[in-house]
Unconditional design. Structure first.
Length: 487
């Protein structure tokens, strides 16, 4: 197609050339050049208003000189026709020549275009390759960048690992340091501990020694204490003997005053508290008395204040500290201390009341603090062979209008000797030792109860006709005084 187009273009060029330059025309085609000299229309004689157009000539009206001119015109026409023909021939020739030339040219053009395209392609390829190289270089730079970055990172990593290694080293060093310190401290501690242990052991030894010493001193002290108590008892004995001698001296003085004769001096023997009182001792306390036909002395409590004084106490209770639920032998010999709660003893009471006529007084106090007494003008008890049978006459007093003491002749009973008139064992039921009948309205040796209660206690301290069976008696005293005390 391109080939046909270029051919067309050439023809047109030739036509224009022909149209503009008639006289001389040169056509250059490749190495050949063609020069044409063309006939000129202007040299021909012009018949006035001549028009180029043949048709116009033909249409114009005929002139007298027209024959000649017509001839000229016909010549011209033929010449023109010849020229034209010639031109046509020429043209044809040229065209033929041209055609072959054109073919070559076309081929050349084609080659040229091919080379151009090839060049274009080459340039394209070159540009593409340049692009590729650019891209490649980009990629390369990127890769390089990445590698460098990686290298940097690697460097950083190595740096950090180095730092870590350093830290590790430092830490291990510190640890080893610490371990060393610990060991040192341990050893120091161990040493201190051992020292402390030794010190403690030494202290222990010292303490043990101290303890031993203290024990020794304690034993020594104990021995001394025993000795001193012995000394004190000895002193008490001495005091007692001294007081006795004092009493004797006092009695002697009294006798001296009475008799005013020193020749009749004899040792005075006190039979009871009344004797002592009569000799001028009017203070309550413990005194020794001598029983008749007996060298033995008996310690008694003397009440020198109550109703004239001179009372020898047989029984006394006031706080329940002494156990009165005892056997026959205890009641026979007596128990307790004359300063506290006690029973003087049936044998002593028998010996006393057999040697003189005695009045018995029973003093009572209850939980409310109210006091009362019962008195028996004549009182004595038999010996053990008659089971210490009681004999009491001449009742009076404030502790009941009826005597609470059992009938005369009632025998004494304890938990181990049942001498009552009951099928039961009163001493075991009512407790204590007493003159139980069956079992009787009194028992001053019963269980010592405290507190106020409406519950009847059969085994309690009892003096029935004073306040009935429910009264709690908190203080009891049985004491005797010779009948002729005030005579
Ligand atoms: C590597 O690439 C980063 C962006 O990805 C850029 O900021 C940096 O400057 C580049 N480094 C080099 C050395 O080209
Ligand atoms: C006991 O008394 C005797 C003398 O009777 C005396 O030598 C001794 O030192 C006394 N002992 C004490 C511990 O007082
Ligand atoms: C003391 O003994 C005499 C005879 O030695 C005797 O007659 C008297 O009854 C006795 N007195 C008493 C209390 O036993
Ligand atoms: C009872 O009295 C005696 C003598 O005063 C005393 O030793 C004892 O501690 C008293 N007991 C009670 C329980 O109050
Ligand atoms: C005017 C002109 O030159 N005419 C010629 C045209 O060509 C023929 C033959 O070739 C000639 O005979 C004419 O004279």
């Amino acid at each position: 197609m391109g080939w046909l187009l270029s051919l067309g273009y050439l023809t047109v060029v030739v036509a224009i050339v022909i149209g503009t330059e008639r006289r001389k025309h040169q056509v250059q085609h490749g190495s050949c050049s063609y020069t044409f000299i063309l006939p000129e229309v202007e040299q021909c004689p012009s018949p006035g208003n001549f028009r180029v157009s043949k048709s116009l000539q033909r249409d114009s009206p005929m002139h007298p000189d027209a024959a000649q001119t017509e001839k000229k015109l016909e010549n011209l026409e033929s010449a023109t026709e010849n020229n034209t023909l010639w031109l046509q021939k020429l043209e044809n020739y040229i065209q033929e020549n041209l055609r072959s030339e054109m073919v070559v040219e076309m081929q050349r053009n084609a080659i040229n275009t091919q080379t151009a395209t090839m060049l274009e392609i080459g340039t394209n390829l070159l540009s593409q390759s340049a692009e590729h190289t650019r891209k490649l270089t980009n990629v390369e730079t990127q890769v390089l960048n990445q590698t460098s970055r990686l290298e940097i990172q690697l460097l950083e990593y190595s740096l950090s690992t180095k730092r870590l290694e350093k830290q590790l080293l430092q830490q291990t060093q510190e640890v080893s340091h610490l371990n060393d310190k610990k060991q040192q401290r341990f050893t120091a501690l161990e040493a201190r501990h051992s020292q402390e242990l030794q010190a403690i052991q030494q202290e222990k030894h010292q303490l043990q020694e101290l303890l031993d010493r203290q024990g020794r001193t304690v034993t020594v002290l104990e021995r001394q204490l025993v000795a001193s108590t012995r000394n004190s008892t000895m002193l008490q004995h001495q005091q007692a003997t001294l007081s006795e001698t004092l009493q004797q001296l006092l009695a002697m003085i009294g006798q001296c005053n009475e008799i005013t004769s020193l020749s009749k001096v004899k040792t005075v023997i006190f039979r009871d508290c009344a004797d002592i009182y009569k000799y001028g001792i009017t203070e309550n306390g413990i005194y020794n008395i001598h029983l008749s036909n007996n060298t033995q002395t008996v310690k008694v409590f003397c009440d020198m204040k109550t109703r004239g004084g001179g009372w020898t106490v047989l029984q006394h209770r006031f706080n329940g500290s002494m156990d009165f639920h005892r056997n026959w032998k205890d009641y026979k010999t007596g128990f307790g201390d004359p300063t506290g709660e006690h029973w003087l003893g049936n044998d002593v009471i028998h010996l006393l009341t057999k040697s003189r006529d005695y009045t018995l007084q029973v003093q009572l106090e209850d939980g409310d603090g109210s006091q009362a007494y019962s008195q028996y003008d004549n009182f004595y008890i038999d010996g053990e062979e008659k089971k210490y049978s009681v004999h009491a006459e001449g009742f009076s007093g404030t502790a009941g209008r009826i005597s609470s003491l059992t009938h005369s002749g009632t025998m004494f009973s304890t938990k181990d000797q049942d001498n009552d008139r009951c099928s039961c064992k009163c001493a075991q039921m009512a407790s204590g030792g007493w003159w139980f009948e069956a079992c009787g309205p009194s028992n001053l040796n019963g269980i010592y109860h405290t507190g106020i209660s409406s519950v009847m206690r059969y085994n309690g301290v009892k003096w029935y006709y004073w306040k009935g069976p429910n009264s709690i008696i908190t203080k009891t005293t049985m004491m005797i005084r010779p009948v002729e005390f005030f005579k």
